[in-house]
Design a protein around this ligand. Structure first.
Ligand code: SF4
Length: 503
């Protein structure tokens, strides 16, 4: 739906006659006056909103293809306030943060860099994710347009990839302006995957660094190397081997029993690194925890799983009604399978090169089986059944000492999952240490204090798990190297390491 009805007024009544004010019309998301947009060579594509590292790598990757592309800075509290000021009422938190962030960026171009609003509208295109919902994701593009109009940038082009239907382009965008080719997407996905891998390593290493800041320094060097490799079209595999040498030099003390905390929940709120979730990951690390983040690849795998399931259902309906072979759905199935294999292969090649040996891409079929008793697989808004499945998996496989589900204020799917279904899960799995927590953009003190309370129990569990193990007299130096991969069923890293030594 692309029509916002907030300015419709009720008919006015005068005695027994009803007057309709025909001057009032519904708001439509097309500019009032036609706009002559800039040609491709002057057009600037902007986007952002993933992790900070991924946004930087995507910028390098797309620029290497000749795209005039800029990743805008991570959303902050000011972005949120602008989102609230210019957006519709009752939106979810990620909408306010991301929409407000674009407004903030454009206002900066206008107010600090001296560009006129007309020039900005003519030249800039914003690329975002879109979808059919059923949550507010389906309204994102309209939300951007409404906020931009109210902020003085009416007509700025917005285009999006529709996550469940391949590529969707805003109807006013000329195909010649944006090169949404297979190469474009492959390059984009490579940047996302490498960003995921480096981020995962950062979360595994940072809590154990001996010199504060050394992991971030090493990660920055890796980021620069990978960005340069994209720009110079050099081998990404060889570059990741170089990154491995950099990371190996970071001195770690991995025998500290730290609470392992799985951070999951609504995709954006759980993934973002900033005010959007009160900087949750860094806060947890500062409080002595190790985070298990949700990489973007999880979301890609969920999208593919949902698309495949949709296709199965469609085919089942078709064979019930008529025995026809739909060649287009056979082709789609082959493409989806190929996409899945390509993503997994790239992930595992890159992960091996840099030395991330112990990370398994989530098995979506397994997670669906775990979650389906509690949450229908047919409801695929937000993360669908995934939050429930992650919690059950974490308890059954002893993955973490604490599971935090971050749910944004105003989020429909995540609220129903966390507030409703998870209470049944936690009553059936009483050993689960689970915290569902809302991010509203405000009220950080309350958020942190709830996290600290849940973390207290998690830290105790990590300590008890570690202390219960018999320690060898001599601990080999290799356990501190990030390349050493412990095989153990314990949750905490330190306990895994001792356990894996076989004493
Ligand atoms: S899942 Fe929730 S937070 Fe995310 S876009 Fe949908 S309604 Fe908003």
């Amino acid at each position: 739906m692309s029509i916002a009805c907030s300015n419709i007024k009720p008919p006015q009544s005068n005695g027994d006659l009803t007057f309709i004010n025909t001057a009032e019309t519904q708001w439509r998301d097309v500019p009032k006056e036609p706009i002559k947009y800039a040609p491709k060579e002057e057009t600037v594509m902007v986007s952002g909103g993933l992790t900070i590292l991924q946004d930087k790598l995507i910028q390098a990757a797309l620029r290497s293809m000749g795209e005039n592309y800029i990743s805008i800075p991570n959303p902050d509290f000011e972005s949120f306030q602008k989102g609230k000021a210019y957006g519709n009422r009752g939106q979810c938190n990620p909408t306010y943060f991301t929409v407000g962030n674009l407004v903030k960026y454009l206002q900066k171009l206008r107010d600090e860099e001296g560009m006129s609003a007309e020039e900005i509208v003519r030249k800039y295109v914003y690329v975002t994710a879109g979808g059919c919902g059923p949550c507010r994701f389906g309204m994102y593009i309209t939300e951007y347009k409404k906020a931009l109009r109210d902020a003085g940038f009416e007509g700025l082009r917005i285009t999006g990839f529709e996550h469940d239907k391949g590529i969707f382009q805003g109807d006013e965008i000329d195909d010649g302006i944006l090169n949404f080719t297979p190469t474009f997407f492959v390059t984009l996905i490579k940047a996302v995957i490498i960003g995921d891998i480096i981020n995962i390593l950062g979360y595994k290493m940072r809590p154990y660094e001996v010199t504060p800041g050394s992991v971030d320094d090493a990660m920055k060097q890796c980021e620069d190397l990978v960005a340069k490799a994209f720009m110079d079209k050099k081998s990404l595999l060889r570059t990741l081997w170089k990154c491995r040498r950099i990371l190996e030099k970071v001195v770690l003390d991995r025998l500290q029993p730290k609470a392992k905390v799985m951070v999951m929940g609504e995709f954006w709120a759980a993934m973002t690194e900033g005010d959007g979730n009160y900087n949750l990951h860094r806060f947890l690390e500062s409080e002595g925890a190790e985070c298990i983040p949700q990489p973007i690849i999880n979301r890609l795998m969920l999208n593919l799983w949902e698309a495949e399931r949709g296709l199965h259902k469609k085919e089942a309906l078709e064979t019930e009604n008529a025995k026809v072979i739909d060649f287009s759905s056979v082709k789609t199935r082959i493409l989806m399978k190929a996409g899945k294999i390509a993503i997994k292969t790239h992930f595992s090649l890159y992960a091996k090169a840099i030395g991330l040996h112990d990370y398994e891409i989530p098995d979506m079929d397994k997670l669906a089986k775990l979650g389906q008793e509690y949450y229908t697989l047919d409801c695929d808004g937000g993360e669908g059944h995934l939050e429930v499945a992650h919690l059950i998996e974490s308890v059954k496989e002893n993955i973490a000492h604490l599971v935090i589900s971050v749910k944004p204020f105003g989020c429909m799917p995540s609220s129903s999952v966390s507030d409703g279904v998870q209470s049944l899960v936690t009553s059936r799995f009483p050993q689960a240490n689970f915290l569902a927590i809302e991010t509203s953009g405000e009220g950080a003190a309350n958020f942190y204090s709830r996290v600290q309370m849940a973390l207290f129990k998690a830290k105790q569990s990590a300590k008890e798990e570690f202390e219960a193990l018999e320690k060898p007299e001599h601990i080999p130096e290799k356990v501190h190297n990030y390349l050493y991969q412990p095989h153990s069923e314990k949750a905490g890293t330190a306990a895994q390491l001792i356990d894996s030594l076989g004493y």
